[in-house]
Design a protein around this ligand. Structure first.
Ligand code: NAP
Length: 288
């Protein structure tokens, strides 16, 4: 059956490259009003032109900003709401790995700031529009890299013993805690939220780090799948009737699978939520 998103509004973050770009291209063919979010104005506008041209969907709009900076996330959410009072599908996809420890404009460790706080704050700020658009779906691109990771709630900024892979794995575990906690909070609202592993995908991921890391990443990419295959589970969760009403699950290859045992700990999920509210200067009563 050909799926249709005509009349729906969709937003994909990190849609200028890799998995997000392929996700946006495929969804655009189904006819929604599509917002693509990128951090580089020229690249984002060129990507929107390409999507319009390749899919014949004229309703592709751009949002440009840095999701690792909270002021930018707030501006992006406001800009979106000024242009649309509907959001049926939000795909939180933009993410990166940082080999050297860096700080965001808010003084947070960059991996945590972009990969976790970017998803958390953007979603929280858009929640009123999303719930008003129910049935709606939120999709968080996580990673199997979360397996084996654990969160130190007393050192979320990884000040002690930083490693890029450790920080990345922890941020992808945070995506899963966020998904499960949000699903509990949204129970009965008509809004579902699920997380996924896209596979090991040949993209630009990790390449901005340069040096040995970039070379190593390039070398192992022979084993990776293509971005259009890497987008399959995001597209499935966004569109398939099979997952209508399914929430609080972790998917791999379009199937619900178990995430790591500790990712199911509701106490850690709740404490991460509370810390995230504080770090974003949001009140406990905010939105959800
Ligand atoms: N590739 C894999 O094997 C793999 C495996 C598991 C999970 N994932 C996850 O999949 C998601 C997408 O990764 P990918 O492999 O497609 O990587 P990618 O090719 O590097 O694409 C990342 C996208 O995010 C955007 N982005 C990066 N930093 C941003 C920021 N500060 N603000 C706004 N946008 C930003 C990039 O913009 P530019 O175009 O300007 O760079 C790009 O559009 C990530 O969440 C990643 O953790 C990937």
């Amino acid at each position: 059956m050909e799926l249709s998103l005509i009349g729906k509004t969709v937003l994909v973050t990190g849609a200028t490259d890799g998995i997000g770009l392929q996700t946006a291209l495929t969804l655009a063919k189904m006819g929604p009003r599509l917002f693509i979010l990128g951090r580089n104005k020229t690249k984002t506008e060129q990507t929107a032109d390409r999507i319009r041209h390749e899919t014949g969907n004229p309703t592709v709009e751009t949002l440009v900003g840095d999701l690792s900076a909270q002021s930018e996330v707030r501006r992006l959410a406001s800009e979106f709401k000024a242009r649309s009072n509907r959001l049926n599908i939000l795909i939180n996809n933009a993410g990166a790995v940082f080999v050297k420890r860096q700080l965001s404009p808010d003084g947070l460790e960059m991996t945590f700031a972009l990969n976790h706080m970017g998803y958390f704050l953007f979603t929280t700020l858009l929640m009123d529009v999303i719930t008003a658009s129910a049935p709606a779906r939120i999709i968080n691109v996580s990673s199997a890299a979360h397996m084996g990771a654990s969160l130190n709630l007393d050192d979320l900024q990884n000040e002690r013993g930083y490693s890029g892979f450790k920080a990345y794995s922890q941020s992808k575990l945070a995506n899963i805690y966020f998904t499960y906690e949000l699903a509990r909070r949204l129970n009965g609202s008509g809004v579902t939220v699920n997380a996924l592993h896209p596979g090991f995908v040949a993209t630009n991921f990790g390449k901005s780090n340069g040096g040995l890391f970039r070379s190593l990443f390039g070398l192992i990419q022979f084993a990776a799948i293509k971005p259009d295959d890497g987008a399959a589970t995001s597209i499935y969760l966004a569109t398939s009737p099979e997952v209508e009403g399914v929430s609080g699950q972790y998917f791999d290859k379009c199937k619900a699978v178990k995430s790591s045992p500790i990712s199911y700990d509701p106490q850690i999920a709740r404490r991460l939520w509370e810390s995230s509210l504080q770090l974003a200067h949001l009140p406990e009563t905010s939105r959800i």
